[in-house]
Design a protein around this ligand. Sequence first.
Ligand code: SF4
Length: 361
Amino acid sequence: MAYREPGAQAEKPNQLTRRVMVGSVPVGGGASVAVQSMLTADALDVGANVSQIEALAEAGCEIIRMAVPRRSCLDAFEEVCARSPLPVVADVHFDAQIAIEAARRGAAKLRINPGNIGGWDKADLVLDAAEAAGIPVRIGVNAGSLDESIARRDDLSLPQKLALSASEYVRHCEQRGFRDVVVSAKAHDVMTTVRTYRQLARDIPHVPLHIGVTEAGTRFQGIVKSASGLGILLEEGIGDTMRISLTDDPVNEVRACWTLLSALDMRRRGPEIISCPTCGRCQVDLIGLAERVEGHLRTVRHPVKVAVMGCVVNGPGEAKDADVGVACGKGSAVVFRNGEVVRKVPEDEVVGALIEEIEKL
Ligand code: SF4
């Protein structure tokens, strides 16, 4: 019998959730945490949305969400679905008829907030449409649209209110026989988000969770807030699909998701760069060099560790984990592969030499 740390869980929460399919992408039931993002192009501009999806797919996005704000956007949504290489989720607020139509026109999933879709009668019509189309529904709750009876309870914290609200929606769906449900309950505050998802994992352990810190901010703040909150949750095994929301190009959301999953040793895609912070020993523009290497490696998809070190004193030793790397000196650098120095190149040939060595792996 395999040794287990005292107190360690036999199975993580996200191995116990019910699996749903978003197009061909499995979510829940022990599937790899799926990476999502959301389109930012005009909802009527089919070409711009399809181009954005292609760039996101290239970066490793697996599920894409598109806002469908008006009924007049449904034709464009349908065409985007038809041309998209990724499953497209219709994000609908206020008008149940849009969600119903989106289900008929190619949506791989619907994302609704039952609190603003026009009451349970309307929400039920959306569930019926999803069932007829054979697609799941993500129920997204937030603090701004909690049911009044839950919002005014003094005995519950905000995370408990959000989790209770989501649990009641899930129970309603299941009582109707609709089980293809994913839940999200994001907050812009990191620890509120963490506590809410922990509560959800306890209250509705069978339901797959879409995790994220919402409105996390611009690139730097958003990545730090998201990585701290989602890092805690993922390490606890909470979360079946994720988005890192940034006020930025959505391609960076996808890159940030993969970097986080890789840092947590959960999934790997593409290179990991090990670069030193530089110090007084460094005699090259290491920041610029590391950025150029990173830019050239964007098209590499297989996991490879690449070291970019500022000096030969500590460089090779500090980067001995790397598959390939360089350690710079004055105007030149030694290139090493699997810990062995293989050649010496002038500074301006470093990037090319690294790419060549990666291709030999
Ligand atoms: S690798 Fe060299 S330059 Fe970079 S931090 Fe270490 S000692 Fe300094």
